[in-house]
Design a protein around this ligand. Sequence first.
Ligand code: ZN
Length: 107
Amino acid sequence: MNDKIETETVDLTAGLAKIRSRRWLMWLVIFSYVPGLLISLEMQASSSIMGWLFALWVLLLCIVIGLATVVCCPRCKKPFHTNGPTFLPVRKCVHCGLHLKADKIKK
Ligand SMILES: [Zn+2]
């Protein structure tokens, strides 16, 4: 009985850590746009290089949002951020309501 509860806690911790890391990656790519743009402008990159950098950023954005979309909730095993076609990067599972930091809340 105790082993089962401990295993579930470990599963929740690992699953939630994976979700948190994917969310961090997503926000990092999203918020890297403006600093990246300012650095490119400061370096006086040509418009073709700016176009390639923008395309690279869009590609990275698609990848990290895709990763955040498919990550599953460790409790209900459904996509954590996705309900049907809607992607909601909220801090609770959109299906069972498991909080992103449920493993860190003291009991
Ligand atoms: Zn869930």
